[in-house]
Design a protein around this ligand. Structure first.
Ligand SMILES: [Zn+2]
Length: 300
């Protein structure tokens, strides 16, 4: 996990950062956070915000998340507040990233917008009327589990055909392996050591960058899936901007224009409405930590 210290007056300015491995289990996690805060800001009393990969309720209780095994129903404020002697807030990590990108990043000043993190899964955050939305219970912004194909592949959430099965970084790998097993994508298979089953998104991206047309076709298909979910969100929310973050967007050079091109065809009345801006996230892997700090500062 990554911790940052920010300037309270200009919270997108990072003054210091440190990373430690995320331990297993609630007790070890709390100890690790206390250690990280102590190292980053020894003796300080300022607010602390934490972003969690999963569902954080309106009382700052981390309920559950597939990528934080051994931690359920952790009351973050009650557990960490007394240990740290500071005000503590918690939210979903993509919601935190939304604070960062809409405060001073790719969507600075936008009053209606969506942030999507395309990584192992898909996280999300919503801004309406200039305010980051947490939902009635704290659980808003999980677009990765919108159903796009009831007969699609199984999702770790237990259902089938969730959007993130196709449009996350893992989804790009799946589309690459499907193409490889259909006898295409020789360049990406070679990069994966000659094994169809070992093809991942990064191999498809590398092959496309070197000019391989079949890899480009897989990226077109992937971009269509990303755009399908974005178009659903545009139809529902009418955002001014959609910010794309997460590991996949390190490949913005070969993906962003493909995604931008695939969105209008799927949006209701696209030829009679302003285009939605689709931008790469500004803060990269720091967005969640910076945004968590902003959450802490705003609500102390
Ligand atoms: Zn799912």
């Amino acid at each position: 996990m990554l911790g940052v210290v920010v300037d309270a007056a200009e919270p997108t300015v990072v003054l210091g950062e440190h990373r430690v491995p995320t331990p297993h289990g609630s007790e070890a996690l709390v100890d690790a956070v206390v250690g990280l805060v102590g190292r980053l800001d020894p003796g300080g009393t300022g607010p602390v915000g934490l972003g969690f990969p999963g569902l954080v309720d309106a009382a700052d209780v981390f309920r559950t998340g597939p990528n934080l095994p051994g931690v359920v129903d952790l009351d973050v404020r009650a557990t960490l507040g007394p240990r740290l002697g500071r005000p503590v807030r918690a939210a979903n990590d993509a919601t935190c990233a939304t604070y960062a990108e809409f405060t001073g990043g790719a969507a600075a000043g936008a009053r209606q917008g969506v942030l999507l993190t395309l990584g192992t899964g898909i996280g999300g955050g919503l801004v309406a009327g200039g305010v980051v939305q947490h939902g009635a219970h704290g659980f808003a912004g999980e677009p990765g589990h919108m159903l796009v194909d009831p007969r699609g592949p199984r999702c770790p959430c237990g259902r089938r055909g969730c959007w993130e099965r196709y449009a996350s970084g893992s989804g790009l790998g799946m589309l690459g392996r499907e193409a490889a097993q259909a006898g295409q994508l020789a360049a990406a298979v070679a990069l994966a050591g000659g094994d169809d089953e070992a093809v991942r998104g990064e191999h498809v991206v590398a092959a496309a960058r070197s000019g391989d047309a079949e890899a480009g076709t897989v990226l077109d298909e992937y971009a269509w899936w990303v755009a399908a979910g974005i178009a659903n969100l545009v139809d529902l929310l009418d955002p001014a901007v959609v910010v794309l973050g997460g590991g996949v967007i390190e490949s913005a050079d070969v993906l962003l224009d493909r995604i931008r091109a695939a969105v209008p065809d799927q949006v209701l009345g696209a030829d009679r409405r302003p285009p939605v801006a689709i931008e790469a996230a500004h803060f990269g892997e720091h967005a969640g930590a910076i945004g968590a700090a902003i959450l802490g500062i705003q609500t102390r």
